[in-house]
Design a protein around this ligand. Structure first.
Ligand code: TYM
Length: 341
């Protein structure tokens, strides 16, 4: 029996934010710590996804390698025998499987994705890759038969589409793919309630995003910890004067509660009860700001301990090993659709 697979990735299109850290990187590190040995963990670097929107192409190669340093600094153990780290474009089966999946995904399914609609609305010329983004994600996940995909709430719709594709192809061709667990089961697995969505500190009705210019609302992992602290202290709240979790009426306060819960690794409802009855927003901001400052300081110190050379070395070794796993699955799919014997 193969071990169940946990798989996730962070793009290198721009510098990662506190949202990426709390929504995807830290949950993976915690899953590795609690489940080592029982699961296979794939932490991969989706460099092909990084070029779906314009980026700094000269920087991209280094940024991708740097994202492995970020995983390591966040606490991911790279010498764990059950953990694989690799760059998406170094395993050609990702691109090849995407094309085959494309032949079984409907245009309407991709066109109705919220992320596609939001991103394409901001551009005058919309690349086909932006539309096809979830198909490449499906290949990333289905190639390795991943059951658990720790991602932020913004990726929920994509993950649900991946499940639909896997079920559709299994119905047509027999058991080709492991169907990833439902969103509810994913959340139970990593104990994240409804899914983590860290908001902009300035505009808390929007998500904190590395691709939107919002310096006062966004904390980058490279921010000076003191400046990051100041951004949290200056976070937009409201005038209700009581601390509750309600993203409609109190998105800023709710965001601070979520930041505290994620950093302290506590269920959100536990943190909400701890703050019940408290009316001082200054106290809440201070608590969140101190945690963010300490998290960044510790993270940045660890980042210095792992060089780009070490990261590249680690990636190359893993890529060699992973290529065979991916190719075996690709061959099986190619045979099923009649392009291999
Ligand atoms: P990316 O780089 O845009 O985001 C990386 C991860 O960070 C999460 N995230 C957030 N979580 C909470 N609050 C936020 N404000 C926030 N912003 C981003 C994202 O949900 C994501 O988990 N499509 C993926 C990359 C990818 C992938 C995959 C992931 C490509 N193929 C296969 C899993 C499995 C993405 O959103 O990258």
């Amino acid at each position: 029996m193969h071990k169940p697979v946990i798989l996730t990735g962070v793009r290198s299109n721009a510098e990662p934010t506190l949202g990426n850290y709390l929504g995807a990187i830290l949950p993976l590190v915690r899953l590795q710590a609690t489940h080592a040995g029982e699961y296979q963990i794939n932490a991969f670097l989706p460099d092909l996804h990084s070029i779906t929107t314009p980026t700094d192409y000269k920087q991209l190669y280094q940024s991708t390698i740097n994202n492995l340093r970020i995983y390591a600094a966040a606490g991911l153990k790279l010498d764990d025998p059950n953990t694989n780290v690799y760059r998406q474009s170094y395993i050609p089966a990702h691109s090849e499987l995407t094309w085959i999946l494309d032949c079984f995904i409907y245009y309407g399914e991709l066109a109705r994705m919220t992320q596609f609609k939001e991103k394409s609305a901001k551009q005058t010329s919309v690349s086909v890759s932006l539309l096809n983004y979830p198909a490449l994600m499906a290949a990333d996940i289905l190639l390795y038969d991943a059951s658990y995909v720790p991602v932020g709430e913004d990726q929920r719709q994509h993950l649900e589409l991946v499940r639909d594709i896997a079920i559709r192809m299994n119905n047509q061709f027999g058991e080709l793919f492991v169907v990833p667990e439902s969103w509810e089961n994913q959340m139970k697995f990593n104990g994240n309630g409804a899914g983590v969505r860290i908001r902009s500190l300035k505009h808390p009705s929007q998500k904190m995003s590395k691709s939107i210019a919002d310096p006062a609302g966004t904390i980058l992992l490279s921010d000076d910890p003191k400046e990051a602290k100041a951004k949290v202290l200056a976070a937009t709240t409201d005038s209700l004067g009581s601390i509750n979790l309600n993203y409609e009426t109190q998105p800023g306060v709710s965001n601070l509660l979520q930041i505290i819960a994620s950093i302290q690794n506590k269920p959100l409802n536990e943190v909400v009860s701890e703050w019940k009855g408290e009316s001082s927003y200054a106290k809440l901001k201070n608590a969140a700001a101190d945690l963010v400052e300490a998290t960044l300081s510790e993270f940045q110190a660890k980042l210095l301990q792992f060089s780009s050379e070490d990261a590249l070395d680690t990636l190359s070794k893993h890529e060699e090993a992973v290529r065979g796993i991916a190719e075996a699955k690709l061959n099986k799919v190619q045979s099923s659709v009649g392009i291999r014997p």
